[in-house]
Write a protein that binds this ligand. Structure first.
Ligand SMILES: *Cc1c(COP(=O)(O)O)cnc(C)c1O
Length: 387
């Protein structure tokens, strides 16, 4: 039976928020032009750079992840620019829409939903572009809609060889979940959002901008005002914001980044890796199929196919019996898959609980034996290092 306020969010955003971060949120706002707030901007900006493993500017916008991606695109490009967009899921599709909306000339590289983008496709098109007409390559690192991670390291190496094209990357469900070394991979524009790996509520988004991206921004003629990143850069020189930021979310950000630093990047990445393996291996043992290509599983969300049961009904049953909220499939995948988010503030108990909940629900529907749930829990425990 459901008990109030004990719902576990196991969706790929919003993600669970630690108590300490909730406490930080629940204070009176302070003036956004005050010295105290400037100090907060200074510290959070430094810590954001640490998280992005970069010396580049990392700007904070009040808006969701989409705002950060749109800001990156419209602050660097020109009307009619030729861009490559990678599309192997709902988010890739969104960036194609945004690019077209702003009059960019889109070359689409796609892959079947559930499969990764093929880095060779990027290499081929970029190598053939002798005239250097391609101005940017836009893609999603971890495709949340399908649970696939694209090989950004390899794709970004092809982009670098082109020299001219900027990389504009949606790292919304990869930053804070797996290694995204912005400087090492020379990523120009990297977007992310607070309600994902950051462990804070929705409302803030982040864009990291390379020197090359700032150079392009000088000529950029796409229409923009609130999301013009040059304004944010200028304000950041005095640890400030061009407009009123979500002050309380910045309190929360300060706290969550401190917690992340305490845990350390490699431990955070390992935790996500263990959780990914525990869930995906347990799911297979429950006779469920992974929707994503097994060699390219996202560190933050696992998409699971379910046959003979409506995935939406399955999710509802898990929510009402176990107080665990899972995500459904989007578009043509609705009813066919469910997605387990394991991003941000997630511990081993959450993983064991969700495996038990999925297993028991399958037992209840006569799909597997109770013993199989036990075996799946054993497998999950092994991957978690508990047994
Ligand atoms: C959540 C998410 C976004 C951002 O969505 P918003 O609703 O605008 O915050 C973008 N890309 C991916 C891959 C995501 O998972």
């Amino acid at each position: 039976m459901a008990i109030q306020q004990k719902l576990s969010l196991m969706i790929p955003g919003p993600t669970p928020v630690p108590e300490k971060v909730l406490e930080a949120l629940g204070r009176h706002p302070i003036g956004h032009r005050s010295k105290d707030f400037q100090e907060l901007v200074e510290i959070t900006t430094q810590n954001l750079k640490w998280l992005h493993q970069t010396e580049n500017d990392v700007l904070t916008i009040t808006g969701s992840g989409t705002a950060a991606m749109e800001a990156g695109i419209i602050s660097t490009l020109n009307k009619g620019d030729k861009v490559i967009c990678g599309e192997n899921g709902k988010f890739g599709q969104r960036w194609v829409k945004v690019a077209k909306e702003f009059g960019l000339d889109v070359i689409k590289i796609d892959a079947k939903w559930g499969s990764p983008l093929n880095p060779e496709d990027f290499k081929n098109i970029l190598e053939k572009d002798d005239k250097k007409e391609i101005k940017a390559v836009i893609l999603t690192h971890s495709e949340t809609s399908t649970g696939v991670i694209n090989d950004l390291e390899l794709i970004s190496s092809h982009i670098r060889k082109h020299k001219q094209a900027l990389s504009i990357i949606d790292c919304v469900t990869s930053i804070g979940a797996c290694n995204v070394p912005v400087d090492e991979w020379e990523l120009d524009v990297v977007a992310s959002g607070s309600q994902k790996g950051y462990m804070i509520p929705p409302g803030l988004s982040f864009v990291s901008m390379s020197e090359k991206a700032w150079q392009s921004s000088k000529e950029s003629n796409l229409p923009k005002f609130y999301l013009n990143l040059n304004s944010y850069k200028k304000s950041l020189l005095s640890n400030s914001n061009p407009y009123t930021p979500a002050v309380n979310l910045v309190f929360a950000l300060d706290q969550s980044l401190k917690m992340m630093k305490e845990e350390g990047l490699s431990k955070i990445f390992k935790r996500h890796e263990r959780h990914k393996l525990a869930i995906s291996e347990a799911a297979k043992n429950l006779n469920l199929k992974l929707f994503a290509d097994e060699k390219h599983l996202s560190p933050s969300v696992t998409a699971i196919e379910i046959e003979g049961i409506d995935a939406e009904q399955f999710r509802k049953s898990i929510k009402s019996n176990y107080d665990i909220l899972l995500a459904g499939g989007q578009d043509h995948l609705k009813g066919k898959i469910f997605r387990v988010g394991h991003l941000g503030y997630v511990n081993d108990r959450d993983i064991i609980s969700v495996v038990a909940a999925i297993g028991n629900t399958l037992v209840e529907q006569d799909k597997i034996s109770a013993q199989q749930t036990g075996e799946a829990l054993k497998i999950a425990s092994n991957y978690l290092g508990l047994t």
